[in-house]
Each structure stands twice: as C-alpha cells, then as structure tokens.
Design a binder for this molecule. Structure first.
Ligand SMILES: Cc1cc2nc3c(=O)[nH]c(=O)nc-3n(C[C@H](O)[C@H](O)[C@H](O)COP(=O)(O)O)c2cc1C
Length: 212
C-alpha cells in the first residue's frame, strides 16, 4: 500500500487542513501549498477541511488499532485516507503543539497511516517548528514515511496579531523553494525512488522521534 503500486492513484494527495478555527488562515495557506504541489511535483490534490468532517471525539467503542469501526463517519474517513497516495498536513502551531482537531482525526484511525508518504508543512509566528516536531513524533510512531524536509512558514506579525489578510504569494514567497524541495521528496516517497542517503536520514529521524 502507498508504494506507487496503483499508478492511476499515484498523484492523489490529501492536503489536510490542521485548523478548523473561525477566521483561520489555513485555507489561504493550503491553497498556496496546493498550487506549489501541482507546479513543482505535478500532484493533483484534494483539500480536506476537518471542519466539514464529522468525527466526534471518543464515539468509537473499540480501539482504532483493531480497525473495527462502528461509526459510518469513521469508515468514510478510513476510506478517504486509504484512497490517498500521500498526505500533507498543513498545520498551525497552537501553544507549542498542533491543534486538537488534527490529533482527533489522526486518532480515529490507525493502520491507514502506516507507510503513508507524508509531508508536514507548519506555520506560525516562528514557523511552527515545535508543532511540526510534535506531529513528526506521532507520525513516526504510526510508521508514516515522513519527508525529511518540513517547511516552517513564518506568518507576518500583522496577520497574527492585527488580523490583516494574509497574501500568500507575497508573504510566503521566501518559502517557495523549501516547499518545492519538500514536494520533490514526497514525490520520491510516493514513487519509491527515494535516494539512499535520504532514506537513511528519514529512517534514523523516524527512529529517533519514535523513541524520544
Ligand atoms: C489557540 C492559539 C494558539 C496559538 N499559539 C501559537 C504558538 O504557540 N506559536 C505561534 O507561533 N503562534 C501561535 N498562534 C498564532 C497562530 O500561529 C496564528 O493565529 C495562525 O494564523 C493560526 O492558524 P489558523 O489561523 O489557520 O488557525 C496561536 C493561535 C491560536 C488561535
């Protein structure tokens, strides 16, 4: 699964928006990421808005690791994730971590994440590196294959504190190259053509994050 075996599905990437907040910046940032994914790696993406998915916390009687889902919405979420060849989390930092809505969506499933080529794009006042680290630890433990490059987009102070509208093409221009490199790494993960050194680095990083 997720190893470039299904050529028809190979370029379908889920862009999961990590914020469900009112007046969030996430849709504008995700749209910017989406056009780069297409331009730099030829990916066709589907944006997942977790605010539009009904995934009530704790409504599954069994543990997700067993894969027996009682709720139709959990089965739909499982089907959606399984249909993807890769996942990109576009995620803000909230109080040094990543938002509960994303943890909840991850925790509804288990085996579906295994081996999934994954990219973490974080954002925040300082780029959201702490939330990316926290998410990488969870992803590594779920045995997701996370791209080594994890773009950390620094949002202007005016956008965060004064509610000025984000202009991604202008405000995020400095991060285009890093996002492009990250998508190339993700494409190699999907196609199974990852360079040996990159694979070694990813394996070591994953092991480190899974045990620390
Ligand atoms: C609950 C909350 C906690 C936040 N904590 C942080 C933080 O720890 N570090 C940071 O750089 N920005 C923090 N911010 C600012 C966010 O990075 C910024 O508001 C961003 O736009 C949030 O993403 P969203 O608008 O898509 O929800 C926080 C914002 C919120 C709403």
């Amino acid at each position: 699964m997720h190893q470039g075996s299904d050529m028809d599905n190979r370029n379908t990437v889920l862009l999961v928006m990590g914020s469900a907040r009112a007046a969030r910046n996430c849709p504008a940032i995700t749209a910017w990421v989406e056009q780069l994914a297409h331009r730099q790696a030829g990916f066709d993406c589907e944006v997942i808005d977790l605010a539009a998915w009904t995934l009530p916390a704790g409504d599954e009687p069994g543990i997700p690791a067993l894969g027996h889902y009682a709720q139709a919405h959990t089965r739909a979420w499982s089907d959606k994730v399984q249909s993807a060849s890769a996942v990109v989390f576009v995620v803000p930092q909230y109080n040094w971590g990543y938002p509960a809505v994303l943890k909840n969506a991850i925790d509804h499933l288990y085996r579906e994440w295994r081996n999934m080529p994954t990219l973490i794009v974080s954002y925040g006042g300082h780029g959201g590196t702490r939330c990316a680290r926290q998410l990488r630890r969870v992803a590594a433990s779920l045995k997701m294959r996370v791209a080594n490059t994890s773009p950390a987009l620094v949002l202007p102070d005016d956008v965060i504190r004064r509610g000025i509208a984000l202009r991604p093409q202008h405000d995020l221009a400095a991060f285009e190259r890093t996002v492009g490199r990250a998508f190339k790494e993700l494409a190699a993960l999907v196609a199974g053509t990852e360079a040996p050194l990159s694979r070694l680095r990813r394996t070591l990083l994953g092991a480190w994050f899974a045990v620390t």
